[in-house]
Design a protein around this ligand. Sequence first.
Ligand SMILES: Cc1ncc(COP(=O)(O)O)c(C=O)c1O
Length: 387
Amino acid sequence: MSVDLPFHKSWLGEEEHQEVEDTLSSGWLTTGPKTQKFEEAFKDYIGCKHAVALNSCTAGLNLALALQNFPEGDEVITTPMTFPATANAILLQRLMPVFADIEPGTLTLDPKKIEAKITPRTRAIIPVHFAGHPCDMTPIQELADQYNLVIIEDAAHALESKYKGQKIGNSGNATAFSFYANKNITTGEGGMLVTNDDELAETVRVMRLQGISRDAWKRFGKSGFAHWEQTLAGHKCNMTDLNASLGLHQIKKIKQFTELRKKYVSMYDQAFAGVLELETLAVRNYAISAHHIYIIALHLECLTIDRDGFLDAIQSAGIGVAVHYIALHLQPYFVKNFHTKPQDFPVASSYSERVISLPLYPKMSSADVERVIKTVKDLVKKFSRSN
Ligand SMILES: Cc1ncc(COP(=O)(O)O)c(C=O)c1O
């Protein structure tokens, strides 16, 4: 059966269409005035000093880490419950990813598991604000201060997340956001690195475009011929004005999008509250979640079906689903190269076998949410051991 209620569908209005048209007719497609305008809007929204637009969150993590110039083989602690982007940023700098397990309930990096992983070679921590729930940053920051570690925040899921009342992105740590198609706002592909550090921001601006000291639009916008200069060995990961055309309008809709996400999450939470075969994720009292993803974890001991069977059954009812995530230490790359085992990170291993992400996005309707709820509850009933 084909899926007629997809896992995600973007909400793009007339404004985005018109802005893209305007960019196309302007003749300027790459990084230029629209990108700069989007950066300004994003910076104001977060309340930070600098926002540098990139072609992905991955690029933000790569650059933030590259600029630290850590010696090859030094260690960076992160969570195994993440997308490969987080650990790839570490690996591609020839650094060593060191995982610390997650905490039950929120599936975020467990601060209590970090200290045992710190060695004389540890240089940084990359917390991931998983599914929009912020990590418990106070104890993580205390460890970083104690051991002189850099924190780079992976906020791919965390646009609209708050920790102790403060927006993620506003902590002073370099923080990378994603605007990939299914994120809380989208530019198709895209990302933003935010920071309060003037020098870091300026270097990232240079690094995003081949280590060249000026963006092309500034170079050619000057009166008279202005030579560009290569000052660093750079990457090629600047955002284009076409992508920024979407971001400019998406950022204005973030409150509306979040309200709808919140409404659908409370519908799911209420519906699943008394279902013993399912666990829904916790929100700690220090946290406001961006509700990027809605996850249920199956209590497999209460069911006669495994997670993959459950995924198949939901999809057979025409509803798109996903898995966030099968943890990185279980992925063939890490098993082969780092000899990781399920028992190394038991909490992440357990959730890896049990989690299912249900559709959650502003473009869906309350009726869609009701349909997902009914489908999940019917399946639980059908496969419950208590039958
Ligand atoms: C936790 C996490 N970090 C980083 C990324 C990378 O984001 P991007 O696709 O914008 O590079 C993703 C993408 O889904 C993600 O889920």
